[in-house]
Design a protein around this ligand. Structure first.
Ligand code: HEM
Length: 499
């Protein structure tokens, strides 16, 4: 399918410049009302959709949670269509300083006193140095990722799923993923699995506590099974959870990165970064960006795979097995084999499109400029905050057609790959790369690679599986309920158990 050109790509702006609809209401009270609508009375999608309907526009003014007393200024201009959303990537127009988590910023006491890379604007000198350090780290470990994924992730995952299914009839994918992905990241980035190098125990749990403190203002309906919603709102969205709660765990995490990251510190020195700043940054990139990312993304990927059923599973298994037979090594995955798996690649992009793991992007206008939705143009003034809810932008039917809100596994196969420039999960088009001059995710290629590895390994090992999916604090909660092992794997398991 040929991509539809967006109005802004066709010609110079011809649309009439209108006032941005919407208003911020009464200070203090309206931001709280918006917060309650968003978390409890309407929910995310209905909150935005009701405002789109009310104003007849995908660009409008609104308050964004958490609001009082967590965020001093909740006022944003929402950009919810595929034409206006990309302004958030244009660092010539917008500043991305301290907006990683949105209208509030967690205390730097949680990051050793440093503003880590994710909060830095490219105009700040430390941004280029730290992002370069992460690029150097990832490049130096590129050959380690596939073997680390197999030994530290896939093998552990299958053993855990098989044993949980045998003992209790269902396997909590999120719990297994949380436990093994931290080890996998340590192995992939530093060649040192936390659970095997004498690091303090329970690092994944400690990382989760530290993450939760930073993300609590964005979460909801976690304790509403036990407590009324207004108590939860007070606990999560009104005042920050004190940072001392995470302090002992952070110390243990820091100690692990200090010993595991020695090669990185040498590179940091050459870039003019202190060992300490580098260590807090690799801790954040691994424990927040990477571990937090996989906590959300992998369950979502497995959820969509499970829902697609045996027809898609058979195609994925056939593709993975044929590619490994043609370009694998001793029946194992290689990069060359992975490159042959076009459907698997498309499935990964489609999940990232339909359900971007990070749903929000924020930025401040650096100057006055005009933005365009599909039907109108709007004047933005210097200093105003722009906000994008990505699932609306990447499910825009103008770009993705009438099935934009459907999961279409082969959407990006063949000619469909032209639509990849509208896949924005990494805070930039999938067809572009992160650089030290932009704010696109430093781990973009790593994320796509490991997701393709997960799908390929799953269908090398299993013919099919079933799962039940619900929601968790951070996204999907998935329980695997049955698996059918690939014949060769089932036979190998039988042989080893009869020995
Ligand atoms: C599923 C996994 C991941 C998702 C969904 C994700 C998503 C994102 C998004 C949306 C941003 C931009 C946020 C903003 O400024 O508005 C970002 C930035 C960033 N991500 Fe990722 N990320 C993931 C994994 C990773 C990994 C594995 C790394 C490892 C290095 C990483 C490192 C970073 C860094 C350093 C930034 C800040 C970039 C900059 O300041 O220029 N992320 N990520």
């Amino acid at each position: 399918m040929a991509p539809n050109l967006l109005p802004s790509e066709k010609s110079p702006p011809l649309l009439p410049v209108k006032d941005i609809p919407g208003n911020y209401g009464t200070p203090f009270f309206s931001p709280i009302k918006d917060r309650l609508d968003y978390y409890y009375f309407k929910g995310h999608d209905a909150f935005f959709q009701s405002k789109i309907n009310l104003y007849g526009s995908t660009v409008f003014r609104t308050n964004m949670p958490p609001g009082p007393f967590m965020a001093s200024n909740p006022r944003v201009i929402a950009v919810l269509d595929a034409n206006s959303f990309p302004v958030l990537f244009d660092v010539s127009k917008v500043e991305k300083k301290d907006v990683f988590t949105g209208t509030y910023m967690p205390t730097t006491k949680l990051t050793g006193g440093y503003r880590v890379c994710s909060y830095l604007d490219p105009s700040e000198p430390a941004h280029a140095k730290i992002k370069q350090l992460l690029f150097t780290l990832l490049a130096s470990r590129k050959d380690a990722v596939i073997p680390a994924f197999r030994s530290a992730f896939a093998d552990q995952l299958f053993a855990a799923v098989d044993s949980k299914l045998a003992s209790s009839g269902r396997a909590d994918f999120n719990a297994i993923n949380d436990e093994i992905s931290f080890d996998f990241l340590g192995e992939a980035y530093f060649g040192a699995r936390p659970s095997k190098v004498g690091a303090a125990s329970g690092l994944p749990g400690k990382a989760t506590t530290w993450l939760s403190i930073q993300l609590a203002p964005l979460a909801s309906n976690i304790v509403t099974k036990y407590l009324p919603w207004f108590i939860e709102d007070l606990l999560l969205h009104t005042f920050p959870i004190p940072s001392f709660v995470a302090k002992p765990g952070y110390k243990d995490l820091y100690a692990y990165f200090q010993s595991a990251g020695s090669a990185v510190f040498e590179a940091a020195g050459k870039l003019g970064l202190s060992r300490e700043e580098a260590c807090h940054n690799i801790l954040f990139a691994t424990s927040f960006n990477s571990y937090g990312g996989l906590k959300v993304f992998f369950p979502s990927l497995v959820k969509y795979l499970a829902a697609s059923g045996i027809g898609l599973h058979a195609r994925l298994a056939a593709e993975a097995r044929a590619a490994v037979a043609a370009a694998g090594e001793n029946g194992r995955l290689t990069l060359a084999a992975l490159e042959k798996m076009e459907l698997i690649k498309s499935v990964v992009y489609e999940v990232l499109r339909i359900d971007p793991p990070v749903q929000f992007q924020y930025a401040h206008a650096k100057k006055d400029f005009v933005i365009e939705s599909h039907v109108a143009a709007f004047q933005v003034r210097k200093g105003e905050m722009l906000f994008g809810y990505q699932p609306f932008a990447t499910r825009d039917p103008v770009v993705f057609g009438p099935n934009a809100d459907k999961f279409v596994p082969d959407r990006f196969v063949g000619d469909g790959a032209k639509l990849l420039r509208y896949v924005w999960w990494s805070n930039g088009p999938e067809t572009e790369d992160p650089t030290i001059g932009n704010k696109q995710c430093a781990g973009k290629n790593f994320v796509v690679l490991v997701a393709r590895l997960l799908v390929a390994e799953l269908f090398l090992y299993y013919d099919t599986f079933t799962a039940e999916a619900g929601t968790s604090a951070l996204g999907a909660q998935v329980f695997i309920t049955s698996v059918t092992k690939a014949k060769a794997k089932a036979k190998a398991a039988e042989d080893s158990s009869s020995k």
